[in-house]
Structures are given as structure tokens and as C-alpha cells.
Design a protein around this ligand. Structure first.
Ligand code: PHE
Length: 345
């Protein structure tokens, strides 16, 4: 190195370095300064190297000064680094605070269960108090379980009531009611039986305020020794009072289903018009279920001896029940998923 470092030059390096280190805005700038000053090709390193070629009488003083400058700069770098870190920590409360209670307008609000789910759970709770268990069956059914085992052979006029969606192969169809679960459960379990079977069912229907092509039913089946019609009516009454309150009235009428004998229909007074008649009810009443004593042949089809056992069955429309319970005028609202509607429940 041909440069002749003099003490004055080292002083200039030191002053300059101090000024720049003290005003360094961040860690990255500090690191650049360290390399520029103390790195292998740094100014101070160069000056130190230059000391070696000085005349012998100057060497000791210049060497000492150069080393002192190096140590000084080192300490200043460390001090500035600490100061920057300290500032960062003190500034954190202002730069990084998060309001954990903040809710952006209209977003991230808390949801709740769909009214159909609420109604289904309530029905399940009421019947479980009576000792019923929940049974499920497939939504894609075969003709035997959906019709034949329920006394509806091919060509039977009752099939017209259940205009069905058929799969293109294998004769499968979307179940038109939850009644096939009766058969499937009896096939697998001996009496006593107490089940409810909730789930979606499908019918090829024109839609209006009271009809949809997909809706939900809750099937009920009780099979035991000595079961009578009065047990069925009492069960319907208990259910209606628990579900709708004592102020709603129920009406039992005769009906016909191929799989129950005798068959009845149960209706509950409409809560919207209080029984006067409106667009969502038939003259003040809403039919909630078909029911009856299980036909002996249906018991036999389920592997149960009708000489020893008898039973009742019912099937209710969950959508209707939810409409009655929450006074919903149009069944289609239940599947539109409009939050303005759903959040009311
Ligand atoms: N499965 C019948 C329907 O969908 C309802 C029903 C069930 C009737 C059980 C009687 C007994 O209409």
C-alpha cells in the first residue's frame, strides 16, 4: 500500500464514520457501513495495512491510533444497533397494534343453525324423550323398498301420488318418502322398535308456496306387542303440544295409505291466520303428517310376525313443521339461502 496514513487522515475517517453511524436509519445501512469501514477492503482495514510501510519512528503511534479508531467504530456500530432496536421495540405499540375486537362492517358476524335443522333437532329431542332412536336410510332407493314392500306394487294407482325422479339405470329412484326406512329398519332389528328417520325426499312436483320438489320428512315407526290407535293419537298430541305449544289445536281425519290400515291424517291449526284461512294453509289447518297402524303385510315384509306384534307409523313434512313453528308463509324461502330471511330465526 503506497498511501501514507497519517494520524490526521485517521481522525478524518473517525469523525466521518461517527457522523454516518449516528444517523444510520436502519440495520441494513449499519451493515453496509460496517463493511465499508471495517470490511476486508474497508477504509480502516486499508489504513491499518498502510501502517506497516511507515518509517519505523511513526509506526507505533499510527498503529495505536488506527487500532483505536477501529475499536471506536466497532463500539459505535454496536451502540447504534442497540439504539435502533430499542426504538423499534418502543414503536411497536404504535406500529403493530391490532384491535382484536374490531369487526369489519357486515362481515364475520356469528351465524346460527338453519330453521330446518333447528326444527329437525327439536323433533328429535321430543321423540328421544319418548324413547325413540334416530335411524337413517339411503336417499337413492330401489323400487322394492320405496314402493313394493310398502304395499305399492307396480301399476298401483297410489304410485301417481309419488311422481318420482328415476335414475337412468338399474331402476333406482330418489326416495319419494322416508317410509322405506321402516322396512330397512325392520329387516335389521327385531321388535320392540321405536325410531324416527329424518331426511330429504324428492318428488316431481310443480312448486308453489306449499310445495317443493325436494323437501324433508321425519318418519316415525313404533312396533311392539299390543300397540293401538290410541297410542298413535296420544303420541301425535304429545308431539304437537311439545313442538307448537298448547294453544295450537290438532285435527285427526281419516286418510288412506297402502302401508297403514287404518290410516289417518293429522293437521295443526295455522299460526299465521290463527285458523281463519290464508294462502299458506288449507282453511286454517296445515296438514303435518300422514299416519296409521302398520299394515300386517308391511310387518311381514319387514320380517315381523303380525300375529304377535302391531305398530304405528307416521310421516311428517319437516318443512311444513318449520313453517308452522316459525310462521313462514312460503316453503321456497327455506331453500333460497337468503340471509335476510334466515337471520330472523
Ligand atoms: N310416506 C307417507 C307420505 O310420504 C307418509 C306416511 C308415513 C303415512 C307413515 C303413513 C305412515 O305421504
Amino acid at each position: 500500500m503506497s498511501t501514507q496514513p497519517v494520524v490526521g487522515e485517521l481522525d478524518k475517517i473517525a469523525t466521518d464514520a461517527r457522523r454516518r453511524i449516528e444517523s444510520a436509519p436502519d440495520k441494513e445501512t449499519l451493515e453496509e457501513l460496517r463493511v465499508e469501514l471495517l470490511g476486508k477492503k474497508g477504509v480502516v482495514t486499508g489504513a491499518l495495512r498502510g501502517v506497516g510501510v511507515l518509517p519505523a519512528d511513526q509506526r507505533a503511534a499510527a498503529g495505536a491510533r488506527a487500532n483505536a479508531v477501529k475499536t471506536e467504530i466497532d463500539q459505535q456500530l454496536v451502540a447504534r444497533q442497540r439504539a435502533l432496536e430499542q426504538n423499534r421495540l418502543e414503536g411497536l405499540a404504535d406500529s403493530e397494534w391490532v384491535d382484536v375486537t374490531f369487526i369489519p362492517d357486515g362481515a364475520a358476524t356469528r351465524g346460527h343453525l338453519h330453521p330446518l335443522t333447528q326444527a329437525q333437532r327439536e323433533i328429535t329431542a321430543i321423540f328421544s324423550r319418548l324413547g325413540y332412536q334416530v335411524a337413517l336410510g339411503p336417499e337413492v332407493e330401489d323400487d322394492y323398498h320405496n314402493f313394493q314392500a310398502l304395499n305399492i306394487p307396480e301399476g298401483h294407482p297410489a304410485r301417481d301420488e309419488w311422481d318420482s325422479f328415476y335414475l337412468t339405470q338399474g331402476g333406482w329412484l330418489l326416495r319419494t318418502h322416508t317410509s322405506p326406512v321402516q322396512i330397512r329398519f325392520m329387516e335389521a332389528h327385531p321388535p320392540p322398535i321405536r325410531i324416527i328417520a329424518p331426511g330429504p325426499v324428492y318428488r316431481h312436483e310443480a312448486t308453489d308456496a306449499g310445495h317443493e320438489s325436494q323437501f324433508h320428512q321425519v318418519e316415525g315407526l313404533l312396533v311392539d306387542e299390543d300397540v293401538r290407535m290410541s297410542d298413535l293419537v296420544g303420541t301425535i298430541e304429545y308431539f304437537s303440544r311439545s313442538m307448537f305449544g298448547a294453544d295450537r289445536r290438532i285435527r285427526i281425519t281419516g286418510d288412506h295409505f297402502p302401508f297403514t290400515e287404518p290410516s289417518i291424517g293429522a293437521a295443526v291449526s295455522c299460526g299465521i291466520c290463527k285458523g281463519a284461512g290464508c294462502s299458506s294453509c288449507k282453511g286454517g289447518w296445515l296438514e303435518i303428517m300422514g299416519a296409521g297402524m302398520v299394515h300386517p303385510q308391511v310387518l311381514r315384509n319387514g320380517g315381523i310376525d303380525p300375529e304377535r306384534y302391531s305398530g304405528f307409523a307416521f310421516g311428517m313434512g319437516l318443512d311444513r313443521i318449520a313453517m308452522l313453528k316459525y310462521n313462514i308463509a312460503d316453503i321456497r324461502r327455506l331453500r333460497e339461502n337468503d340471509v335476510r330471511f334466515l337471520e330472523q330465526f
